[in-house]
Design a protein around this ligand. Sequence first.
Ligand code: ADP
Ligand code: MG
Length: 446
Amino acid sequence: MLKELWNQAEERLKQTMPSSGQIWLKNAHYSGEKGNTLILSFTSSYYLDSFKRHCLDQSQHVLEDLSGEDIRINLIIDNNAKPEEEKEEVKITHLSEKKKAVNETLNRDYTFDNFIVGENNLFACNVAKVISTNPGTSFNPCLIYGGVGLGKTHLIQAIGNFIYDHNPKMKVIYVTAETFTNELIQAIGTKAGNAKFKNKYRTADVLLIDDIHFIADKESTQEEIFHTFNDLTERNKQIVFTCDRPITELRGVNERLITRFRKGVNVDLQPPQYETRMAIAIKKCKDLNFRIKQDVLEYICMNIKSNVRDLEGALTTLYSFSELVGREITKEIAAEHIKNFIPTEMIKNTEVTIDQIIAESASYFNVSTFDIRGKSRNKNVSLARHIAMYLSSNMTNLSLTEIGKYFDSKDHTTVSYAINKIKSIEESDESIKKATETIVNNLKKQ
Ligand code: ADP
Ligand code: MG
């Protein structure tokens, strides 16, 4: 009966949701139900994530409002998902069976074929390809690190997909560190559960663990990963990890595990250069069948610099806007929309120097510029330093390497980490938002 309820909910959501949110709604397809759980499917993780971000809470409220009951929503990826009218009703059992026949842990959208290679990711991509063609023999273990939205999940999944396609007998498991932790917590309760858990991961030929930074301060998970790690590498099974920062910046992780991570190859993903951003954007538009003028596309790629996810997000939002409103995207419309993807107002055509940014950041946090440029790990100084790096990337034309040179022994990976860190918390953390805004305003006054 949830099907009818979902139809009603969709109608109501269409009326209340901003136009930019509606594209995500359009891509959610009723796929089945189980008790009070409604199953919605999506053709890609991109649509699923976007729905989760923009529509899930609201959908939940509307469903509960309409039914007066607690309704759970389960989101799944079904590569064959089509609008509901066009396909026969799919029962959840069919879906899960079909997924199992493939590899339920892999997302087939993430392949090497659709991973655009630029200077920023060439080395990481080549290492990933070598691993894929000869798993367990070289570059084992491998750690891919880089900031949010730079393609870590895409690349680690591409390894999984390649091996799965070329060595169907190999057991490939992709798991996020978060899921690994949750499964471990559930398994610990019983002896049988524990054995099943160990058996699952220690029989892998290729184990791909995404977002390993999640295990910071989680001792049992670290312990289990350590043993799984030893067990697999001793038998030349391939392990690949991703992390949002260089291993040297990882805190709250056991030293012996860090030593293991260090033993293998560590490769980083940098924010893409302009040309790579353009190539990604052109491909994305092609996938969406989105016609957009060259100069508008150039404008978008000039402005969204640090993160491929934001670039994709901006293009999809503009696409949905043009579809829903039936208007061609102009530079003005693009400028209005991409504001959401550039949290701190960028100052254009203004001569702001990195020295001024460092001075303003120091003054705001009441620390010395000497400390900001130095190596102090004091919390306040680190925060001031990270904000100064972030603003320098937004407000000057300096590359990450050039910015790094203004800080003692800070190479471009540390700068990239700082930028992504501030960017990811700026919206949700009022104190950071206030800090960046005040510093920017003070700079403007100069
Ligand atoms: P991360 O895991 O590092 O946060 P993701 O792998 O989820 O980032 O990438 C975010 C989005 O950007 C995904 O949709 C991914 O397909 C896309 N993406 C990132 N890098 C590239 C690239 N080089 N070529 C094509 N798409 C990319
Ligand atoms: Mg990821």
